[in-house]
Design a protein around this ligand. Structure first.
Ligand code: IMP
Ligand code: MG
Length: 178
């Protein structure tokens, strides 16, 4: 696939993603088996495809909410400053919460968001990240559940963008500059 000055090559197929989500959903169901209602919080915008597939796989009573925190802008460099652009619509005090992230890279975004949500007093607060780049970590943080560990490559697809494009690819692809 060719676009502009870069190419995208498949790294994780749509089929592999679906199989992994099925397995993770079973673990999440076990962990939250006693929940009255699980608030599944998608971090916009990159997790929108992942959260859609994940919640349809979960046999638990769920509510869906979204939060948008900025970290990247339109560049390939991560910014250290994390700002909340859109907060949750509902309260999470005393509730079971699952934060859904697309990629944990340096860890600054997840660290900031979890700190903020923890101060609101949820009963349980866990996280799931579709992708993890452990070699890039600057903050000591790890999601409760991880789809795939990947090397230090810039990826797109399955909700994840490069300059707001490629979110609609059904697979995870690696970006290579020409
Ligand atoms: P962190 O704060 O450095 O962990 O950045 C996490 C966020 O950076 C993710 O939620 C993504 O939005 C973005 N990001 C990190 N790596 C990539 C990538 O390879 N492609 C696209 N976005 C990425
Ligand atoms: Mg993100």
């Amino acid at each position: 696939m060719t676009q502009d000055d870069y190419t995208v090559s498949e790294m994780i197929s749509a089929k592999s993603i679906a199989a992994r989500i099925e397995a993770l959903a079973r673990e999440i169901e076990t962990h939250f088996a006693s929940t009255e209602k699980l608030v599944v919080v998608g971090l916009l915008r990159g997790s929108f495809v992942f959260i859609a597939d994940l919640v349809r796989e979960l046999k638990l009573p769920v509510e869906v909410d979204f939060l948008e925190a900025s970290s990247y802008g339109n560049a390939m460099e991560s910014s250290r400053e994390v700002r909340v652009l859109k907060d949750l619509s509902g309260a999470i005090e005393g509730r079971d919460v699952l934060v859904v992230e697309d990629i944990v890279d340096t860890g600054h975004t997840l660290n900031h968001v979890l700190g903020m949500l923890r101060r609101r007093g949820p009963a349980r607060l866990e996280t799931i990240a579709l992708l993890d780049k452990p070699s890039r970590r600057e903050v000591d943080i790890r999601a409760t559940w991880i789809g795939f560990d990947i090397p230090d490559e810039f990826v797109v697809g399955y909700g994840i963008d490069y300059a707001q494009r490629n979110r609609n690819l059904p697979f995870i692809g690696k970006v290579s500059h020409k």
